[in-house]
Design a protein around this ligand. Structure first.
Ligand SMILES: NC(=O)c1ccc[n+]([C@@H]2O[C@H](COP(=O)([O-])OP(=O)(O)OC[C@H]3O[C@@H](n4cnc5c(N)ncnc54)[C@H](OP(=O)(O)O)[C@@H]3O)[C@@H](O)[C@H]2O)c1
Length: 365
């Protein structure tokens, strides 16, 4: 029997299901271009500027760095009209509508609050903050100031994520009972690198683990009860972690690492089928739907994001377009990544870290 929640688009035939298809992603409506200012021009800021310029009508009009030389070099490299050697000058530029905060995580709260206090909309790199309390401070300040604030969880704004949302809404997987996602890579241990430096809020969970945890949350809802195991680098930050989440009727695991090339897939499984996103589920990628109406041999439908055959990080453009649309609509939060959910995710990452730290302390007693 086909699952009662399956719409015609997924095929209703009981045997061959020859027309099993995935829904088409719905593009973000065209929005008026915002004038963007970039704060903290490091690695991801460079890719963000390129993505906006190559893929959107959004305009990067200014950049602010702690160093006037770095700001100027970045502005020249990306054809940005104005550069500032301090962050405050950038947020006070009256010709800037929205500020993109691209500093290490440890500085997100300070810089986001700076931009909000100047009345700017803010897009803050992931994770929004390093504790749930700080995430809440940013989002409350934005609401009080009447500006739009969003975590730059770019994956949510990619076409594949709209397909996932539609498949889940249609019930094509039956009852969703299991979600697993991972993101990990191997980099040499350098204690001064932001990923290993506790003063820059290093660690696998906050940097990479935020993606699988956010994916799980997007499917099952904001995380609650969790249990984490992991290991620590010599600098004391978490360099590997597995976090298990318990939901009513469902379980989920997020795996992350700074010392293993994980597959980077996200899998949502239920009583009628399975959705696989990736490998490379963070960026533009492939979605595969498997339906098990006839037992162990599934019918499969697949969709690949053909718009992003080039560098995957050009997909950063999608979040900027979505952001501009939300601002145009007068929203204060992203309707597909609400403030309460963002806070719960950051808080879950913090709680997972604290469990790993506590276990490490216990182990040396
Ligand atoms: N969406 C994605 O795919 C993606 C990918 C990578 C990283 N990220 C996120 O982007 C953020 C930045 O990562 P990144 O790899 O771009 O970092 P990065 O290359 O180290 O650049 C960060 C920039 O922040 C500024 N900064 C401000 N306070 C700082 C401090 N205390 N220490 C060092 N730099 C400081 C520096 O610029 P100035 O001194 O010139 O101002 C620096 O160039 C992180 O939160 C990370 O999670 C997202």
């Amino acid at each position: 029997m086909p699952h009662p929640g399956i719409p015609a688009a997924f095929g209703r035939t009981t045997h061959a299901m020859p027309d099993l298809t995935l829904p088409s992603p719905r593009p973000w409506p065209e929005a008026r271009p915002l004038r963007w200012g970039i704060l903290a021009p490091g690695g991801i800021a460079e890719r963000f500027a390129q993505a906006l310029q190559r893929r959107t009508s959004q305009r990067v009009v200014a950049v602010g760095s702690r160093s006037a030389d770095r700001a100027e070099a970045f502005a020249q490299a990306h054809g940005i009209p104005r550069s500032y050697g301090d962050y405050r000058a950038l947020v006070e530029d009256p010709e800037v509508d929205a500020v993109y905060v691209a500093s290490p995580h440890s500085a997100h709260v300070e810089l986001a609050l700076l931009a909000i206090s100047a009345g700017k909309h803010v897009l803050v790199e992931k994770p929004l903050a390093t504790t749930g309390d700080d995430a809440r401070r940013i989002l409350d300040a934005a609401r009080a100031a009447g500006v739009f604030a969003m975590e730059a969880m770019w994956t949510r704004y990619l076409a594949q994520s709209d397909i996932v949302r539609q498949v889940l809404a249609d019930g094509a997987l039956g009852e969703v009972t299991s979600v697993a996602a991972d993101f990990g890579f191997s980099i040499p241990y350098l204690p001064e690198h932001r990923l290993f430096d506790p003063s820059q809020a290093g660690g696998a969970l906050l940097d990479a683990g935020v993606y699988p945890v956010s994916f799980i949350s997007s499917v099952l809802g904001a995380p609650g009860e969790l249990s984490a195991i992991g290991s620590l680098a010599a600098s004391g930050v978490d360099d590997q972690a597995i976090v298990s989440f318990s939901y009513p009727g469902a379980v989920a695991t997020a795996t992350t690492s700074l010392k293993a090339w994980l597959p980077v897939t996200a899998v949502v499984a239920g009583t009628a089928g399975r959705l696989e996103v990736g490998p490379g589920f963070l960026g533009p990628t492939t979605v595969r739907l498997s339906r098990f109406d006839q037992g162990w041999e599934p019918e499969v439908a697949e969709w690949t994001d053909a718009a992003f055959a080039g560098p995957g990080q050009e997909g950063l453009a999608c979040q900027a377009e979505a952001f501009a649309g939300f601002v145009e609509q007068g929203l204060v939060e992203s309707p597909i990544h609400r403030h309460d959910e963002v806070v719960a995710i950051v808080d879950a990452l913090d709680r997972a870290q604290q469990q790993i730290f506590a276990a490490a302390r216990e182990a040396v007693r």
